[in-house]
Design a protein around this ligand. Sequence first.
Ligand SMILES: Cc1cc2nc3c(=O)[nH]c(=O)nc-3n(C[C@H](O)[C@H](O)[C@H](O)COP(=O)(O)OP(=O)(O)OC[C@H]3O[C@@H](n4cnc5c(N)ncnc54)[C@H](O)[C@@H]3O)c2cc1C
Length: 395
Amino acid sequence: MRCLIVGNGAAGVNVAKALREKLPELEIVVLTREDDPYYPRPMLVELLAGAVSEEQLPFYSSPWYQQRRIEVRARTTVEGVDPAAKTVRLRDGVPLAYDQLVLASGCNAFLPPIENNQLPGVFTLRTLADARAIRRWMADSQQAVIVGGGFLGLEAAHSLKRAGLERVVALETSSRLLPRQLDEEGAALLQRLLAEMGVEVWLNASSQAFFGSGKLAGLALADGRRVAAEMALVSTGVRPEVSYLEGSGVETKRGVVVDDHCRTNQPDVYAAGDVAEWRGQLWGIIPAALAQAPVVAAQIAGEDLLFSGIVPSNTLKVVGVDLAIFGEANPQDPDCQQVRVEDPEGRSYVKMVLRDHRVVGAIALNKRKLQAKLAQLVSQRAEMEPGEAERLLEN
Ligand SMILES: Cc1cc2nc3c(=O)[nH]c(=O)nc-3n(C[C@H](O)[C@H](O)[C@H](O)COP(=O)(O)OP(=O)(O)OC[C@H]3O[C@@H](n4cnc5c(N)ncnc54)[C@H](O)[C@@H]3O)c2cc1C
């Protein structure tokens, strides 16, 4: 019996690991179009800053794979899937047979149609190869613009600053940072803390055209503002990698549609991680991959385990700014009660969101000691009254 896994990211490697624990005899082959062994993508931000070296990136050593008899074929791109014949087609046209197939192909960075987005000096960051290219270009750059003020954009902006760039400007289209995750108060404080670290944030900034002759010299905004920059990092979200599934019969919407067992609509084909769309949701974070991997392995081993979603959580990894956001932290629902506590010096901010006397969301900005507690309360939807919430946040 052979299980093929498309993708050697958090989802693929954890499916392989869980499968080996359950099925000692199974042949496990991981196919990845990347050159490099599995590394956690959050480390790329550290690599940009120069805080870690490439040697520190691989998560598992070669013996780890050998001991588990997990074969990884690098630089191997899957170009098609034939569920009827139970084969995948590789770039060289050769079909490879499977008994079970796991789609863990993750996402690609999205590059929006800003004019001249192919100019040398314009980058996205998803892979180690991207990070290497950015590092090389940075060596001759003084000014950078980050298009997109989301988590990744802000982390990357801070990394470039740490790496020694003179000026880093992060652009956000909306009127405040992290508009979906963070409220007004939290966003204002975050912007102030970033400014203290040398990251300029421009709000209401809609990018229109990169400019430069032969290479990037800057970016023009729709409202006429211009920012000079020798490099740009576009961080405007990701799109699931489903292109190789065209015509395969595997159902895709935004991602690969899976049920509560992480099964696709095709027999013996499963999906996990960023590429898997469950009940209309794409998570795009590692905890979802970690939660889905054992479900796929259990299914292949003939056991019953359900994926029932995760509580979304995001932490901003910027030295000196400790931001964690859990669950419904910024609901527009008037029935929610929001309990807020800001410290008198305006250096920290915490909030709990209650619905029907239960904790459904929380924000902790520069309040690390409360993070674990808040994560737990949100994931358990713990019962709580506003007075009790306030006392807890004041601690
Ligand atoms: C810079 C950065 C920072 C991040 N920070 C965080 C964070 O702090 N916390 C967090 O939870 N998440 C973070 N994320 C998101 C997180 O990395 C993803 O959720 C995670 O990588 C998803 O894992 P995955 O295995 O589903 O997909 P991926 O990691 O994208 O892996 C997909 C794999 O599929 C392979 N592949 C794709 N198509 C093919 C094909 N046709 N043939 C062969 N191989 C193919 C790729 O080579 C790759 O090995 C970050 C992402 C980035 C880029």
